[in-house]
Design a binder for this molecule. Structure first.
Ligand code: MG
Length: 384
């Protein structure tokens, strides 16, 4: 057994006040709440796959949020939902470790995942937790005794377990008995569950009013980064012309090792630049035969995954295409939609512009095309 998988519990039916869709699918800090932690878990190098547990009838909401993400239908309680997820993973087989996460804790930093997985090398379970800072007191009509904060922690998710321990704990848990979380169940079945430092950003978004404070907390922890990308390809007879992942009808196409999509290459380099992750040639060397004729959408998706792996959000992408022909205007909206689709962003956050160079230079002579791009992202300062 070797795989490490993440299970996101997103089966709640509660909506944000004034909204009609369950809150895990409601927008928060630029994308649906569930998309935040899903992106971080999916992009983490130590996690092999992510399975989402959704409520019955939420299939369309999930596909609108995450495309063709793997999912399983949950039960009527959180415990049943987790159980359904664990049983689905058991049927897949080869699972060594599982991280069980609540979609209501959207802002998960990769460092928390690192700490949990490191702890799993020593014990069967690990949870992120924060010490209690406030005074705790009992209340019953009037203030009663205060409770010592000593060794009291607020437990967060993801909670990480040896898969067999988590599955056995769920299978043997008595019907009708309440369990506050998975860690309690694993601990009660005789395993050691340890605590690693949690993160204030991981705070749970429970009530409608939590949305605003979560956005503020998230916003204050994020810094903005912009970076540029530039690419050129030469025109050649008998080649296809791909721009933004869209096949453009033209008498000539661009030649290159991949599909020579000059728009996607410039945007890919801009995104890589925002996280100082080198350039497209470093990640996809032209000397590597596997990228011969490759669809460049793959390069762009990889760059977006690297941004997501750092907890980043893509705010805006702007690209200028430079050529005499073909005319870009008639294809502008298709190219925008193509880029937006690859990045899973609303089309409003993609800008495509075009210019000629007044018949000057290599673009003016129609020898090739160039593209400039600028990408702006927000990323947690602590992840850089
Ligand atoms: Mg290129």
């Amino acid at each position: 057994m070797s795989r490490t998988v993440a299970l996101i519990v997103a089966a709640g039916q509660g909506t944000r006040a004034g909204g009609t869709i369950p809150k895990q699918f409601a927008p928060l800090a630029g994308k649906p709440m569930l998309a935040h932690s899903h992106a971080t878990l999916a992009a983490h190098p130590a996690i092999d796959s992510v399975l989402v547990v959704i409520g019955p009838g939420q299939e369309q909401l999930l596909s609108d949020t995450l495309g063709d993400a793997a999912f399983v239908i949950g039960g009527t309680t959180r415990r049943e939902s987790v159980r359904n997820g664990l049983e689905a993973l058991a049927r897949q087989g080869d699972v060594a470790r599982v991280l069980i996460h609540d979609a209501a804790r959207p802002f998960l930093l990769p460092a928390v995942i690192d700490r949990l997985l490191a702890a799993l090398n020593r014990v069967e379970g690990a949870v992120p937790a924060l010490p209690v800072a406030d005074t705790l007191a009992r209340y019953d009509d009037a203030m009663g005794d205060t409770v010592s904060r000593d060794r009291l922690y607020r437990v967060q998710t993801p909670q990480a377990f040896a898969f067999d321990a988590a599955l056995a704990a769920h299978r043997s848990w008595p019907q009708g008995v309440d369990a506050t979380d998975d860690a309690q169940m694993v601990r009660d079945s005789g395993h050691v569950v340890t605590v690693v430092p949690g993160d204030p950003l991981l705070e749970k978004v429970t009530h409608a009013e939590d949305f605003a404070s979560a956005e503020r907390r998230h916003g204050s922890a994020m810094i903005s980064r912009s970076a540029a990308g530039y690419d050129v390809h030469r025109f050649a007879e008998g080649e296809e012309l791909w721009l933004g992942g869209i096949l453009i009808p033209h008498d000539r196409g661009l030649s290159g090792h991949s599909d020579a999509d000059v728009v996607l290459h410039a945007i890919t380099d801009a995104l890589l630049g925002t996280i100082a992750a080198g350039d497209i040639g470093m990640h996809f060397p032209p000397s590597d035969p596997q990228w011969r004729g490759a669809a460049s959408g793959r390069f762009l998706e990889h760059a977006a995954e690297l941004v997501a792996a750092r907890g980043g959000i893509i705010d805006f992408v702007d690209c200028t295409i430079i050529c005499e022909a073909p005319k870009i205007g008639p294809h502008r909206e298709a190219i925008r939609a193509g880029v937006a689709g690859l990045l899973r962003l609303p089309v409003e956050r993609i800008s495509i512009k075009a210019t000629t160079t007044e018949r000057l230079g290599f673009t003016g002579r129609g020898e090739g095309m160039a593209a400039h791009a600028i990408a702006t992202i927000r990323v947690p300062e602590t992840s850089l």
